[in-house]
Design a binder for this molecule. Structure first.
Ligand code: 13P
Length: 245
């Protein structure tokens, strides 16, 4: 029922030369899943052209305002103007680097919804929080705080990214992923009702590679992945997309 989604987050990586990887990916694409790439803002327009409507593109953040005196920021209107249809919000690197707490993420998500963009809202616990047995409570708090009441199945994707699994090669056990994703689905159902909650895609992110993608995708309530490093190379991201079906 939920369409699978393979999403790539290029973070602060990539210049025009890497668009060749996107061309290779697009040319070899054979999947029933949705595919999304979120490059740095400098590449969004050009990547959208190379993506040729076969894969979706998006930004890694947006400002809450539509325009104005906000040096260095980009608005949802600008993202759309550059061909983007998605925006990643609340990534742990922004929560950490830029002090973005869930209330900021919620406001930005509401703005994205108003602009007609799909928000990929990220949540995740630190290693200290997991070791203290607080994982589900922390995630429930982040989820409740980051999602506005405008959330629907069509305008929101939730990505569970344990902070300690990002870029480390460490991945939770499949049981741990399942426990979290089942609990997120239950939290969404409590808040939004079964009809909306059943349609919201839940992505796992954190050291997803071609070698571990299939087993992660087999976990219930995992509807795809948010991939960092392995989304930069067509061969790796293509293999992950293939594992998704
Ligand atoms: P890695 O796949 O490089 O661990 O990054 C995950 C991530 O943070 C995607 O947003």
């Amino acid at each position: 029922m939920r369409k699978k989604l393979a999403a790539g987050n290029w973070k602060m990586n990539g210049t025009a030369a890497q668009l060749a990887e996107v061309k290779t990916l697009v040319d070899g694409l054979a999947t029933t899943a949705d595919v999304l790439l979120c490059p740095p803002a400098t590449l969004l327009d050009r990547m959208s052209t190379v993506a040729d409507g076969k894969i979706a593109t998006g930004a890694q953040d947006c400002h809450v305002a539509a325009s104005g005196a906000h040096t260095g920021d980009i608005s949802c209107g600008m993202i759309k103007d550059a061909g983007g249809t998605y925006v990643i919000l609340g990534h742990s690197e922004r929560r950490e680097d830029c002090g973005e707490h869930s209330d900021v993420v919620r406001a930005k998500t509401r703005t994205a919804h108003g602009a007609g963009l799909v928000a990929v809202v990220c949540i995740g616990e630190t290693l200290a929080e997991r070791e203290a047995g607080q994982t589900l409570d922390i995630l429930a708090g982040q989820l409740a705080g980051s999602l506005p009441d405008t959330t629907t199945a069509g305008n929101t994707v939730v990505a569970y990214e344990p902070v300690w699994a990002i870029g480390t090669g460490k991945v939770p056990t499949l049981d741990q992923i399942q426990e979290v994703h089942d609990s997120l689905r239950a939290e969404l159902t409590n808040r939004f009702g079964a009809e909306i909650a059943d349609g919201i895609r839940l992505l796992y992110g954190g050291s997803v590679k071609p070698s571990n993608a299939s087993e992660i995708f087999a976990v219930s309530n995992v509807d795809g992945a948010l991939v960092g490093g392995a989304s930069l190379k067509a061969a790796d991201f293509g293999a992950i997309i293939k594992a998704l079906g």
